[in-house]
Design a protein around this ligand. Structure first.
Ligand code: RIB
Ligand code: CA
Length: 320
């Protein structure tokens, strides 16, 4: 049976790799994509998504909806041009699509998709959780209609951060929304920096994949290769990485379709919404009498080689 997936993302470079991976998995049906602000604004993120769908030969097949342009509270974080470029996808200009975003409120869009596919959908969030929190506020039974949530965000081991010493961008960008998302009545798996920074995507991995990919996805890998030039430059300047980058959003999508790549642990979890350095911190409590929170599944270890194999297998020729 096909795995039905809704993607909520701020279509930047790593989001775009995650989207293309999902589109090329034979066992996945992407039933809708909503855009978030983060790597770029929600309008540009939707535009990038539409162009990616065209690139993958899927123009007009999957509805795309523009989401919230502001977080629930607090200032919007600056768009990280150093990492994702001025247009979010590493300054690569993809051909325009004739498909337009659906003319719907993102809350109605997400709820409608979830209701039409009740109990069958994995919601994969690759950006700030604003759209999800807003949908839960308008439709409290949204959580009952979704099978499970896989969210890229946060970190739980010590001080691992990327937009602060201990905070990750998707959580920090809208901590109240992320907290609402994990406190809702559904199964949430968080794929955080603890594992995404442990998978190193190398330029040579993409070159190799290009040498054995299917003809119908060569253009997509060529796009990935181009977009990664800017992204890996950012990783070099910001993360001490040379000729490689962490694997954030694609790893979350991989976990959504093949959880065997990670080892997980369930912990009572909340998001800290205060503090100069701690706003956006993921707080987990393993004490006997913990704080009030919900159990969230956290990825604590990853098989790097397997994750990269699973990623590129989606684009390769198949013997079956
Ligand atoms: O911290 C990494 C996350 O922030 C990724 O989802 C990236 O695309 C940005 O949104
Ligand atoms: Ca993202």
């Amino acid at each position: 049976m096909l795995k039905k997936i809704i993607i909520d993302c701020d279509t930047g470079v790593d989001d775009s790799i995650a989207i293309l991976f999902a589109l090329n998995r034979k066992d996945v049906e992407v039933i809708g994509i909503s855009s978030a602000s983060g790597n770029t604004d929600a309008n540009q993120a939707a535009e990038n998504t539409l162009r990616l769908l065209k690139l993958a030969g899927r123009e007009g097949e999957i509805p795309v909806c523009i989401g919230a342009t502001e977080p629930l509270k607090g200032p919007k974080r600056p768009y990280p041009e150093l990492i994702h470029g001025a247009n979010g996808i590493g300054n690569v200009i993809l051909p325009e699509s004739a498909q337009r975003p659906v003319d719907m409120d993102v809350r109605d869009f997400l709820y409608k998709l979830a209701s039409e596919n009740e109990g069958e959908v994995t919601l994969v969030t690759l950006g700030e959780a604003t759209n999800i929190a807003l949908t839960l506020e308008k439709y409290p039974d949204f959580s009952k209609k979704i099978k499970n949530v896989v969210a890229m965000g946060g970190s739980i081991f010590g001080s691992i951060g990327n937009v602060g010493p201990a905070v990750e961008a998707n959580v920090k960008g809208d901590p109240e929304a992320f907290d609402e998302m994990i406190m809702a009545d559904w199964d949430v798996t968080m794929v955080g920096l603890d594992v995404t920074t442990a998978v190193h995507l190398k330029k040579t991995d993409v070159d190799l994949a290009l040498s054995y990919c299917r003809d119908d996805c060569r253009n997509q890998l060529e796009y990935i290769s181009k977009a990664l030039v800017h992204y890996m430059r950012g990783a070099r300047i910001q993360n001490w990485m040379r000729g490689e980058s962490p694997l954030h959003d694609p790893l979350a999508m991989i976990v959504a379709v093949d959880p065997s790549v990670v080892r997980t642990q369930k912990r009572i979890t909340r998001i800290e919404c205060e503090g100069k350095y701690t706003r956006g911190l993921v707080v987990t409590d393993q004490r006997e009498y913990p704080i009030e929170g919900r159990y969230v599944t956290h990825c604590v270890e990853v098989n790097e080689n397997k994750a990269l194999n699973v990623l590129f297998a989606a684009f390769q020729e198949s013997l079956r």
